[in-house]
Design a protein around this ligand. Structure first.
Ligand SMILES: NC(=O)c1ccc[n+]([C@@H]2O[C@H](COP(=O)([O-])OP(=O)(O)OC[C@H]3O[C@@H](n4cnc5c(N)ncnc54)[C@H](OP(=O)(O)O)[C@@H]3O)[C@@H](O)[C@H]2O)c1
Length: 356
């Protein structure tokens, strides 16, 4: 029997393997280590993205010979799935290979994929949950939040002066923050599945909404741009030439929009404003993470980062928890989150159409 320290070491390795997978797309990043009865690492695998084998199968495939799995322990960061999608259920693959013990960190919340642990236990495999659960929860926070809420994890970003203004009296706003901040925003875009803006921003700024590097080159992953609002983007809008196409919602119903994006496989949405749309997301309690770029300048006036969020009195203030503060050039990046759990959506709808 393996001891707890050996299993924890293997779980740390499985988390490190999981981090090699892509952080974007519909599937979670998962890692798996297979230990022999004597505690030696005999197999390793991780999920390389949608349409490729899951971590458990990758680890089984890496064994020196198929018989090596007999009597072995699989240590995996997420409960093995019980779902036949583009690949078969991992629980069945582990049973068929002769694995006798499975240890995992976090339960799979997916409607289609959960249930692997009971399938394994039903086949006589010893199953243990919750090893390094906090670490795995933190690592998979974005994906787990999205799947639990059945909507994308929402990051809201804005850039403002120290007095919370996003534009001068004449509407000019380029640039409030410095190059280091703006480059970080491009990297954050590239780490998301979708960028969301309101129709007001499209009409005012005609943004390209691509994720670009220092020299203006397109980064490897481009999130899909989504325009929220009833008005269409103009025929000649730069967004219409976006490499991923464009999603226009023709709706202000944020819950319905997010449900539709979830159906399209979008697990992480990056909301870039403007102020009206940002306020609506905050008011609806649909923000999971705030990225607030603060530049050391003052503009005064009434062009605020957010407007009415439904707070009438100080006791109703939306309290946030600051999770990090970072200096970028002369600017500060404050990352914050709501203090408690977020409520699930009340009215999911059908998928959105994408004009590719
Ligand atoms: N500093 C920054 O970080 C930043 C970022 C982005 C933009 N901006 C600036 O913001 C300015 C545009 O501001 P804005 O507030 O007019 O733009 P916005 O928030 O992008 O768009 C507002 C429009 O979104 C639509 N909308 C969609 N869902 C809505 C909802 N749930 N509630 C209300 N409206 C909804 C409405 O138009 P429909 O009639 O079409 O439904 C509304 O008029 C630009 O000047 C831009 O430069 C600054």
């Amino acid at each position: 029997m393996l001891n707890a320290a050996e299993v924890e070491t293997a779980m740390r390795r499985a988390l490190a393997l999981a981090a090699r997978g892509p952080a974007i797309g519909p599937n979670p990043r998962v890692g798996c280590v297979i230990l022999s009865a004597g505690g030696a690492v005999i197999g390793e695998g991780w999920h390389r993205g949608a349409g490729t084998v899951h971590a458990e199968v990758a680890a089984l495939n890496s064994l020196p010979n198929p018989d090596a799995a007999r009597g072995a322990t699989a240590v995996v960061t997420l409960e093995p799935c019980n779902h036949t999608g583009r690949t078969g259920p991992c629980s069945d693959a582990l049973i068929a290979a002769g694995i006798t013990r499975v240890v995992y960190a976090v339960a799979d919340p997916g409607d289609d994929s959960r249930g692997g642990a009971s399938r394994l236990a039903g086949a006589g495999v010893v199953v243990e949950a919750g090893v390094l659960e906090n670490e795995a929860e933190a690592f998979l926070h974005t994906w787990l939040t999205s799947v639990r809420l059945e909507r994308p994890f929402v990051t809201l970003k804005w850039a403002s002066t120290l007095d919370g203004r996003t534009a001068a009296a004449d509407g000019t706003s380029r640039w409030i923050t410095g190059t280091a901040s703006r480059q970080r925003v491009h990297e954050q875009r590239a780490a998301s599945d979708a960028i969301i803006v309101g129709t007001g921003t499209v009409l005012a700024d005609d943004p390209a909404l691509t994720a670009r590097g220092d020299a203006g080159e397109l980064l490897g992953h481009q999130p899909i741009p989504v325009v929220v609002g009833e008005r269409p983007a103009p025929a000649g809008a730069r967004l219409r030439a976006h490499p991923r196409g464009l999603i226009e919602t023709s709706s202000r119903d944020l819950a319905a929009v997010l449900s539709g994006l979830f159906e399209l496989g979008i697990r992480h949405a990056f909301v870039e404003g403007g102020p009206t749309l940002a306020s609506a997301f905050v008011a609806a309690g649909l923000v999971d993470e705030y990225l607030i770029y603060l530049a050391p300048s003052l503009l005064g006036g009434d062009r605020l980062a957010i407007g009415d969020i439904g707070v009438g009195t100080i006791g109703e203030a939306r309290r946030l928890r600051i999770t990090s503060v970072e200096q970028l050039g002369d600017d500060l990046l404050i990352t914050a989150a709501p203090p408690g759990p977020v409520t699930p959506l009340s009215h999911p709808t059908g998928p959105l159409e994408r004009n590719a």
